[in-house]
Every structure is written in structure tokens, then in C-alpha cells.
Design a protein around this ligand. Structure first.
Ligand SMILES: NC(=O)c1ccc[n+]([C@@H]2O[C@H](COP(=O)([O-])OP(=O)(O)OC[C@H]3O[C@@H](n4cnc5c(N)ncnc54)[C@H](OP(=O)(O)O)[C@@H]3O)[C@@H](O)[C@H]2O)c1
Length: 303
């Protein structure tokens, strides 16, 4: 679905009575390629930075990946910054049921343009892949130089989509400059967005206007958000949205922003992963239900 069609549908939805009236799943496409992606992906910061030779911890991470793919997941996000995470993925992915659906997303993370290609080659080896679906410049580090490398890698078929990331509010001005300078070459903006940090909304909107997909990082504010909500009962809207956890509700709030394509929560636990994947099922809130859900989350956080 084109963005303007989605906006027309969203406007029609806003005129309907409050509630979960429609399935907005078609919004989960990469705008440039039209490729469909499940709206919940998997982050790996800290959670997959484990000892690849520790059989117990590797079995636990395998269970997370099995839950993820079993529930229909595809996008896994990592980075050379995440220490052993890429290596752990490379060990666990082969032979996992559902892993053929993998949409691999990693990053280049070095202040030196000349070090970019070597790092990308090491990442391919660690993941055990011939190419990446998405390569992103991590935290805008040396982005001008790395964009040259990434563009070259795309031309050579070693990467399909290009992106830039940040999780720092103080980088938003620079990110705006990047979008204006490189918007036509980029496919993805990855940025922090959740109910307690909405600062990215103008950038998300600009990215969507330029035809970029938006990947939401830190969807649970690093886990703090769910810890604060843990003892608060779910609002009645949860039943309408077919959510049995705050985790799924928060993700549905994020995914129902018109610019958002995928959110990438990280977890060490298969049961948490299944809760998060629940956001793929049942309806997303329409615009008015989204506003009501946002108010419920604010109320719950204040409780
Ligand atoms: N600049 C960048 O490129 C950048 C910056 C930040 C993040 N990222 C990416 O975005 C991903 C997500 O961000 P994040 O890892 O910082 O934070 P996050 O996803 O907001 O939060 C992760 C925390 O949430 C907890 N959690 C997950 N699901 C849960 C559930 N259902 N119930 C209760 N707790 C749950 C996890 O604990 P448990 O292990 O106990 O489940 C974990 O501690 C990262 O892993 C990374 O891939 C990118």
C-alpha cells in the first residue's frame, strides 16, 4: 500500500467510532521496495552479547530465536558494537526452523572510513551470510565516508538496503541533515521511539515523506517502561486489541504511528519474545484508539 493510500485509509478510520476497527498490517512494508515485513523484529544489544561457548546460555538464546521465527518474525538487528552478538547469531541461525525468512540488519561502526569494508566483511563472516538485507551507519559515526562504502556494496549486490541509526536525542539535528543530504540513497531510518520518548516524531515524519522505512529502537526504553508498568492492570482496550500484556500494547501503540515500519525489542527470554510477537496478531488501534491507548499508558505510568 502506498503511503498516501494508507493516510487516506487512516483518515477514514479516524472518522469511525473509537475502537480497533481495522487491520492496518499493509502499513508494514518497506516503502521503496514494497517488500512486506512483520512489524515486530528482534534487537540483540546486550541480550545476544553472550559467550558462544556457554551451552546453557546458547540454548536460551536459541529458544528466543525459535520463538521469534515460530511467531512469524523476520528482521533481526545487530551491530559489530554488540561484541559477540553477530557471532552468536551466526552459530544459532543455521537450521533454525523459519530462519529462511530472516531479514538481516547490521551496522558499520567505526570512526574510520577506511576500516568500514573490513568490518563489513567480518560481519558477513560472523553471520555466515553472502549478503545483508540492511546495512546501517551506527549512530551516524563517520556517516559521509561510510555512505560511500555502503553505496558501493549495494551496487555490488552485497547489501540490499541502506540505513542510518541513532538512539541519542542530541543527534536529531545531525540526523535531519543526513536525511536531507542522503534521503534519496537511504531506505531506512532507525531511531528511538516509545511512549516516554516521542522526540523522534518530526524526523520519522520527514523520513516517511522521503520514502524511507522507520525502524523503532529502544521500544521499551531499554526495559524500564515495562518494569514501571509491571504491576498496573491492563486497560479494557487490551481485550479489543487482543493483547494480554503491556509489552504487546506498547508495541501496537508504536506500530500504529503511520511512519513506523518495524519495532525491534530485545529480550533474553523466549516467553517475553512471544509476548512481543503477540503485537503481530489482532487489530492495530485506529488513530483515535491510538490516542486513547497513549493516554492509558501515560495514566498507568503515573500510577
Ligand atoms: N543506535 C542504534 O543503532 C541502536 C541504539 C539502541 C538500540 N538499538 C537496537 O534496538 C534494540 C532494542 O533496544 P534496546 O535493546 O536498547 O531496548 P528495548 O528493546 O527497549 O528493551 C530491552 C529490555 O526489555 C526487556 N523486555 C523485552 N521484552 C519484554 C517483555 N515482553 N516483558 C518484560 N520485559 C521485556 C528485556 O529484558 P528481558 O531480557 O528480561 O526480556 C530487555 O532488558 C537493540 O537491541 C538494538 O538492536 C540500536
Amino acid at each position: 500500500m502506498q503511503r498516501r493510500d494508507w493516510l487516506a485509509a487512516a483518515a477514514a478510520l479516524a472518522a469511525m467510532p473509537l475502537g480497533a476497527t481495522a487491520e492496518l498490517r499493509p502499513a508494514r512494508t518497506m516503502p521503496r521496495s514494497g517488500e512486506a515485513l512483520p512489524g515486530v523484529g528482534l534487537g540483540t544489544w546486550l541480550t545476544f552479547h553472550v559467550d558462544p561457548d556457554d551451552a546453557g546460555v546458547m540454548a536460551a538464546r536459541r529458544a528466543v530465536l525459535e520463538a521469534f521465527f515460530g511467531a512469524g518474525g523476520a528482521l533481526i538487528d545487530s551491530s559489530p558494537m554488540y561484541d559477540t552478538a553477530e557471532q552468536v547469531l551466526g552459530r544459532l541461525l543455521p537450521g533454525l526452523p523459519g530462519a529462511r525468512r530472516l531479514y538481516s540488519a547490521t551496522k558499520v561502526w567505526t570512526p574510520f572510513e577506511a576500516a568500514g569494508p573490513g568490518q563489513l566483511e567480518r560481519s558477513l563472516q560472523r553471520w555466515g551470510l553472502p549478503r545483508f538485507d540492511l546495512l546501517q551507519v551506527h549512530n551516524l559515526l563517520a556517516w559521509r565516508g561510510h555512505m560511500r562504502t555502503l553505496t558501493d556494496w549495494k551496487a555490488r549486490g552485497l547489501v540490499r538496503h541502506l540505513g542510518v541509526t541513532t538512539s541519542h536525542g542530541n543527534k536529531h539535528d545531525e540526523m535531519r541533515d543526513v536525511l536531507e543530504a542522503e534521503g534519496r540513497r537511504l531506505d531506512v531510518l532507525q531511531i528511538t521511539y516509545n511512549p516516554v520518548d516521542r522526540r523522534a516524531e518530526p524526523l520519522m515524519q520527514r523520513a516517511a515523506d522521503l520514502g524511507l522505512a522507520v525502524i523503532v529502537n529502544r521500544p521499551f526504553d531499554g526495559g524500564d517502561l515495562l518494569r514501571r508498568l509491571a504491576r498496573v492492570p491492563l486497560p479494557p482496550l487490551a481485550a479489543e486489541l487482543q493483547c494480554t500484556s503491556w509489552a504487546a500494547l506498547v508495541l501496537k501503540w508504536e506500530l500504529s504511528h503511520p511512519a513506523v515500519t518495524v519495532a525491534i525489542p530485545a529480550t533474553r527470554r523466549a516467553d517475553h519474545c512471544l509476548q512481543n510477537m503477540e503485537a503481530l496478531r489482532g487489530p492495530l488501534p485506529d488513530l483515535r484508539a491510538r490516542a486513547a491507548l497513549g493516554a492509558e499508558i501515560e495514566r498507568a505510568l503515573g500510577a
